[in-house]
Design a protein around this ligand. Structure first.
Ligand SMILES: Cc1ncc(COP(=O)(O)O)c(C=O)c1O
Length: 343
């Protein structure tokens, strides 16, 4: 039986080229700041995102945590979109580790508007928490990989700065946002104080993320990473795989988008399935509301036939394309969907 894993873009296996780079990595001890490959990766990310400095982290969650820790104090408030990853899928990290108050602002397709953000930044009074940070997700995972138009994205950082708060971008899938919108990563990041990116998603690296920003903020983040147990020693082992992925897997991301769109078009023809549109990047949400099967039943039947995906809610499946999904994988997935639907 064929095995098509559309659960997430995090399920990829390192390619032979990546394994070769990992096996031959030059390393030392990153806690002394002397691992040459980890240092090279941090310098490459800072330059790619147009920031003074960057820090390599284990996960995107850790990078988002460092952004909070380096830019807030206990009792402060951080603004997010209501379905943002840090306040829904990071196990309560902002409150557990940093005692900050989080506020989620609902936005169509997860894309915040400057006027809504402005309305939520509190006046500085004795009674209210100090709003200190805005976090923006691009692309937006829970909203099906939606992408901010450039002007709207930048207007968020501008309103934050006008109101004297800082702006962070959760760019776990910044690579996808760049590929879809036709703007470089550096352009997208330009007005943001800090940006987190993931290497384990669109790029297909086995693990790793980074936080980029000004040198003072990244220095504070380095201390917090150490405190959280994220001071890793021969980090160059993984950094070598990431450098390989940045070099070889960034330009092909548009292929993932093309395949997700094709999947969306094909599934839309199956009675009862309604793919969420537009499908702009590599994440496809499929509504099962009008289908005789629930999302859980679809999940069981598809999994039995080797098509792995995620139940996102009782009436929604999430399917994600990535480095290990080719055109044949899409053909197979569509054929199994059709078979189950009896069409
Ligand atoms: C938008 C977004 N931010 C952050 C993360 C966290 O990344 P990690 O799983 O590496 O902690 C994810 C993971 O899926 C994500 O989708």
């Amino acid at each position: 039986m064929k095995h098509v894993d559309l659960r997430s873009d995090t399920v990829t296996r390192p390619t032979p080229g990546m394994r070769h780079a990992i096996a031959n990595a030059e390393v030392d001890d990153d806690c002394y700041g002397t691992d040459p490959t980890a240092n090279a990766l941090e310098a490459r990310i800072a330059s790619l995102l147009g920031k003074e400095a960057a820090i390599f982290t284990l996960t995107g969650t850790m990078a988002n945590n460092l952004a909070i820790g380096a830019q807030s104090r206990s009792g402060d408030e951080i603004l997010y979109e209501a379905k943002a990853h840090p306040i829904n899928y990071e196990a309560g990290a902002p409150s557990a580790f940093f005692s900050v108050q989080t506020t989620g602002i609902q936005a169509e397709r997860g894309l915040l508007k400057a006027e809504d953000v402005n309305a939520h930044i509190r006046l500085k009074t004795l009674h209210q928490p100090d709003t200190v940070l805005l976090s923006v997700e691009n692309t937006h995972n829970a909203h099906g990989g939606s992408v901010y138009p450039l002007e709207q994205l930048h207007s968020l950082a501008h309103v934050a700065h006008e109101r004297k708060i800082r702006a962070h971008m959760d760019g776990a899938r910044l690579w996808n946002a760049a590929a879809a919108g036709g703007h470089s990563e550096k352009t997208l990041c330009e007005p943001f104080d800090t940006v987190s990116v993931c290497f384990s998603k669109g790029l297909g690296a086995p693990m790793g993320s980074a936080l980029a920003g000004d040198s003072a903020t990244i220095q504070r983040a380095r201390k917090i990473r150490r405190r959280m147990g994220g001071g890793w020693r021969q980090a160059g082992i993984l950094a070598a795989g990431v450098l390989y992925a940045l070099e070889h897997h960034r330009e092909r991301i548009i292929e993932d988008h093309r395949r997700a769109t094709r999947l969306s078009t094909e599934l839309a023809q199956i009675h009862g399935l309604v793919p969420m549109t537009p499908c702009e990047t590599n994440i496809l949400m499929v509504d099962t509301h009008d289908s005789p099967l629930t999302a859980f039943e679809w999940n069981t039947r598809l999994t039995e036939r080797g098509v792995l995906q995620n139940v996102f809610s009782a009436t929604r499946l999430r399917l994600v394309t990535h480095l290990d999904i080719d055109d044949e994988s899409i053909d197979y997935a569509v054929s199994i969907f059709r078979e189950i639907a009896g069409t």
